[in-house]
Write a protein that binds this ligand. Structure first.
Ligand code: PLP
Length: 390
């Protein structure tokens, strides 16, 4: 099998699993216990909090553990909305946010909030001028993702943060694809809230965190116990949190070498696809791009057929995103960068990790060189196009 769907989830690192293991078996105590058996679980959580914070230059006390990226995004938008609605009810997001942000914003709209959705350019970047122009006296929050999960484009976070700060508006970033993969600094980038999820950087599924800058008011999202300084109720997922911390530390330690190694394979994939397969378009920014992301549209192709033929060769990849596949609508991200429906339908996302080899990349391109002509031979659109060329 060749696994090229690391933007959907990554493989749990074995070392990370080993650090989690004792907290599932011997050290199983509820961290809220008052006996000394619970103390070890409390200490493990606090160690993980410091590990998670260090990666982004935050303080441990500013990290709140959650069940993952979706919860963190929901909490950031809805928790800030509740806490600050006296200031105003206006929120700014980008058109290419993950559904966890997009649908949270829609939910706020139903509660009387106004949402400005910033368009992006053909590379998937928001315009700083458009952002500044969209800020109003009643704007409470700007939520713009650090890096896009489909096309890999990295946003100008430092400039976005500076604009938000200048206007006294809070800045949340969905950094689920970026955290542990590219450098992030909450102070340098003026980030007030940041979402991350462990399973996107070789940690376990079902655990993540929300970074909340000291002094920012955030109302709890769920009613219940007093965990996480009364901000996030529910028995702490001790093994998950320990795994998140270990994966964060590993990602930080190896970030430079991983970025370098993964982007070499990425660039090799892009180069071979562009040079060896006709009528393709690489999506996303050429340089401001996640090290592990390749997104390409093959004209006159249906993405679904392509994925099935890749799957038959043991290759895991995706078209659009995991959340949108299963529906026939093309991805909102590809439409937002200006692709027409018929081209957006033929998209392929190959997302790599440091485990992806050059040989994997070559095998995938070799497979595509067989699959694409086969599918095009069956496409009436391609037949029309060839006839027009004659
Ligand atoms: C995966 C992902 C999420 C959702 O995170 P989960 O932990 O799977 O809920 C949110 N935003 C982005 C950008 C993602 O890639």
């Amino acid at each position: 099998m060749i696994y090229m769907d690391n933007a959907a989830t990554t493989r749990l690192d074995e070392g990370v699993f080993e650090t989690m293991r004792p907290y599932m078996l011997e050290q199983f105590s509820n961290a809220a216990g008052t006996y000394s058996f619970a103390q070890k679980s409390i200490e493990a959580i606090e160690k993980a909090r410091a590990q998670a914070a260090h990666v982004i230059g935050a303080k441990a006390a500013e990290i709140y553990f959650t069940s993952g990226g979706t919860e963190s995004d929901n909490w950031a938008l809805k928790g800030i909305a509740k806490a600050y609605e006296k200031k105003g009810k206006h929120l700014i997001i980008s058109a290419i946010e993950h559904h966890a942000v997009l649908h949270s914003a829609k939910a706020l709209e139903r509660d009387g909030w106004e949402v400005t959705i910033l368009p992006v350019d053909a590379d998937g970047r928001v315009s700083l001028e458009a952002l500044e122009a969209a800020i109003r006296p009643d704007t409470v929050l700007v939520s713009i993702m650090a890096a896009n999960n489909e096309i890999g484009t990295i946003q100008p976070l430092e400039q976005i943060g500076a604009i938000a700060k200048k206007h006294g508006v809070l800045f949340h970033t969905d950094a689920v694809q970026a955290y542990g993969h590219i450098p992030l600094d909450v102070d340098k980038m003026h980030i007030d809230l940041l979402s991350a999820s462990a399973h996107k950087f070789h940690g376990p599924k079902g655990v993540g965190f929300l970074y909340v800058r000291k002094g920012v008011r955030l109302l709890p999202f769920m009613d219940g116990g007093a965990q996480e300084k009364k901000k996030r109720a529910g028995t702490s997922n001790v093994p998950g949190i320990v795994g998140l911390g270990a994966a964060a530390e590993w990602a930080e330690k190896h970030m430079d070498e991983n970025m370098r190694a993964v982007s070499v394979v990425r660039d090799h994939l892009i180069e071979r696809i562009e040079n060896e397969i006709p009528y393709v378009k690489i999506n996303g920014h050429r340089t401001e791009r996640l090290p592990g992301n390749v997104n390409v549209c093959f004209r006159y192709i249906e993405g679904e057929g392509m994925l099935m033929l890749l799957d038959a060769r043991g290759i895991c990849a995706s078209s659009g995103s995991a959340c949108t596949s299963g529906s026939l609508d093309p991805s909102h991200v590809l439409l937002a960068i200006g692709l027409p429906h018929e081209i957006a339908h033929g998209s392929l996302r190959l997302s790599l990790s440091e485990e992806t080899t050059m040989e994997d990349a070559d095998q995938v391109v070799d497979a595509l060189k067989e699959i694409i002509p086969t599918l095009r031979a069956m496409s009436p659109l391609y037949a029309d196009f060839i006839n027009e060329q004659k």
